[in-house]
Design a protein around this ligand. Structure first.
Ligand code: ZN
Ligand code: ZN
Length: 466
C-alpha cells in the first residue's frame, strides 16, 4: 500500500507541470482558413521566384566572401518587395576563410590528377606522401599515434543515402573530426571520400575544425569516383599523392542576420519564428542548401500577410551557418531574454524534396493543438512522427535555451547527392515539391500564429559548456 501511495504521489508530481498547462486550441475559422491556404500555396509561384532570384542574381554566397554582402542586400530588398512590415539586420562576426586553389595528383608510375576540394577551415600547403587508406573514422582512430608520420591519411567511408539523412552523422563526422585525428597520428595531409551519396566527380566541401593546440594540415575531400580510383591504386601497392591547397583564414568579417516580420494583428509581441540560412558554400549556387529554406520561409510570410495573423511572423535569413552556426548563435545571444515571446520555431535546411513528417517539442505538452495542425498537413502527404524530428541547425541554440520547436521533415534521399558540391543548382529543384514545402510551412505557421495558447517556450539557463 505504502509503495502504491508513493507511486501515486510521484505520478501526480510528475504530471503536475503537464496538468498546469492550459490546452492550446485552434478555432474552426482558422482551421478552415488553413485548408484554403494549403490549396493556394500549392499553386503559388513566390517560393520558386525567390529561389530563382537568389541563386541567379547572387549565386554562390560563401560566408565572408564578396557575395555575402550582396546576399544580405538581396535579402533586405526581397523582404521589402514581398511586403514585410518590418525589415532589419543584426550583425554576426566570425573568422573569414577563403578558397583560392586546390589540386591533387597521384605521383609515380600511375601518375594522374584527382578531383578534390579543400575542406572549409583547411590551411594552405603542398604536401607529398604515401596514402594510407582507412575504411572509416574508427579505423583511423585505432591507428597508433605517430604511425602516419610523413604520410597522408585517406578515410574512404561510403556514405549511404537515407530519407532521414542519418548517415551524415558518419560522413559529416569524418569531415569534422578526421583531420585532427590524422594530426594526432602524425599525418602531413588528410583526404576523405566526400560525405556524399552521388556517383560523380563533384567533390563535396564542408566545414572542419582543428582541435586547439594542433598544427593544422591540408585537408580535402575527393569526389566519390576519385576516392574509388585512389582506393584501387592503393590496393595495387604504395601510392604517393601530392595535395596542393591554397586557402585559409584571413581576419574577421561581419555579416548580418536579415530579418523580415509580418506584424501580428492581435498579439504582435508574440513571435512564430521560421527561416533558413542565407550563406552557402562556394562550389554550387546553394539551391538546396539553403536557398530553398530561404525561399520557402520568405514565401510563407508573404502568403500569410493578407490573412492578418494574430501573432507576428518572423522570418530569419541566418548568416554563416556553414562554418559554425554563427548566425544562429548570434541570434540566441541577442534574444535569449525573449525566449518566452518566441512561441515556436521551425527551420527549413534539408533541401526541397517532399516534406513527409511532422514533429514538435510540444508533442507531450500540447497534443490536441498539434493534432489539429496535423489534420491540415495530412492531405499534403505529411505524417505525424513523434520523436523522429529535431530542430534544424540555426534555431538549435535558442531551442537549447527553452524555445519550442517544430520539425517538418524533408525527404533527404537525394539531398547528399548535391550537398556542398558544384551540382547544388536551381535545376535540381522540383517546383511541385517546393510548392508542397511552402504549403506545409504556410499551414503550420498560420495555425501556430492563430493558436489560442502556447507550445511550452520558457527560458532555460545555458547548459554547461554552451
Ligand atoms: Zn544548410
Ligand atoms: Zn550545408
Amino acid at each position: 500500500m505504502r509503495a502504491t501511495a508513493l507511486a501515486v504521489a510521484l505520478a501526480l508530481l510528475v504530471a503536475a507541470p503537464l496538468q498546469a498547462a492550459q490546452p492550446t486550441r485552434i478555432d474552426q475559422p482558422s482551421l478552415d482558413r488553413a485548408a484554403a491556404l494549403r490549396t493556394q500555396a500549392l499553386a503559388d509561384p513566390t517560393a520558386w521566384q525567390v529561389l530563382e532570384s537568389l541563386t541567379t542574381e547572387v549565386g554562390p554566397r560563401m560566408a565572408g566572401s564578396e557575395a555575402d554582402a550582396r546576399a544580405v542586400e538581396w535579402a533586405r530588398a526581397k523582404f521589402k518587395a514581398l511586403g514585410y512590415d518590418r525589415v532589419w539586420t543584426e550583425p554576426v562576426t566570425f573568422p573569414k576563410w577563403e578558397r583560392r586553389s586546390e589540386a591533387a595528383r597521384v605521383l609515380g608510375a600511375h601518375a594522374q590528377p584527382l578531383r578534390v576540394t579543400a575542406l572549409g577551415g583547411s590551411p594552405a600547403g603542398t604536401v607529398e606522401g604515401e596514402v594510407v587508406r582507412f575504411a572509416d573514422l574508427a579505423a583511423l582512430q585505432a591507428a597508433p599515434d605517430g604511425s602516419l608520420a610523413g604520410k597522408i591519411a585517406f578515410v574512404d567511408y561510403p556514405m549511404q543515402a537515407r530519407a532521414d539523412g542519418s548517415d551524415y552523422r558518419n560522413g559529416g563526422g569524418i569531415r569534422w573530426a578526421g583531420p585532427s585525428l590524422a594530426v594526432h597520428k602524425g599525418a602531413i595531409g588528410f583526404l576523405m571520400r566526400s560525405a556524399g551519396t552521388d556517383t560523380s566527380r563533384a567533390a563535396h566541401t564542408g566545414g572542419t575544425r582543428f582541435e586547439e593546440g594542433l598544427k593544422p594540415i591540408p585537408a580535402a575531400a575527393l569526389s566519390t569516383i576519385d576516392a574509388a580510383q585512389l582506393a584501387r591504386l592503393a590496393a595495387l601497392g604504395p601510392t604517393r599523392v601530392q595535395l596542393a591547397l591554397d586557402c585559409g583564414w584571413d581576419g574577421q568579417y561581419t555579416s548580418q542576420n536579415v530579418i523580415g516580420e509580418i506584424t501580428g494583428s492581435k498579439r504582435p509581441q508574440e513571435i512564430v519564428l521560421i527561416g533558413g540560412h542565407l550563406d552557402s558554400w562556394d562550389l554550387g549556387t546553394g539551391a538546396i542548401d539553403d536557398g530553398a529554406g530561404i525561399a520557402i520561409t520568405m514565401a510563407t510570410g508573404a502568403l500569410l500577410k493578407p490573412l492578418k495573423p494574430a501573432r507576428s511572423i518572423r522570418v530569419v535569413a541566418f548568416a554563416n551557418e556553414e562554418q559554425g552556426l554563427w548566425g544562429g548563435r548570434a541570434y540566441m545571444q541577442k534574444h535569449a531574454g525573449d525566449v518566452g515571446k518566441h512561441i515556436i520555431a521551425v527551420e527549413s535546411d534539408f533541401g526541397a524534396d517532399h516534406i513527409y513528417g511532422f514533429d514538435s517539442s510540444a508533442r507531450d505538452l500540447q497534443p490536441a493543438a498539434l493534432a489539429q495542425i496535423q489534420q491540415v498537413l495530412a492531405p499534403l502527404g505529411i505524417s505525424w512522427m513523434p520523436g523522429k524530428g529535431e530542430p534544424e541547425s540555426d534555431i538549435g541554440p535558442l531551442t537549447e535555451r527553452g524555445m519550442a520547436w517544430a520539425w517538418l521533415g524533408h525527404d533527404g534521399t537525394r539531398y547528399f547527392d548535391l550537398h556542398h558540391n558544384a551540382e547544388d543548382t536551381l535545376d535540381k529543384i522540383n517546383p511541385q515539391s517546393l510548392a508542397q514545402n511552402t504549403a506545409a510551412y504556410a499551414v503550420f505557421t498560420w495555425l501556430a500564429a492563430q493558436a489560442d495558447g502556447d507550445f511550452g517556450s520558457a527560458p532555460k539557463p545555458p547548459s554547461a559548456g554552451k
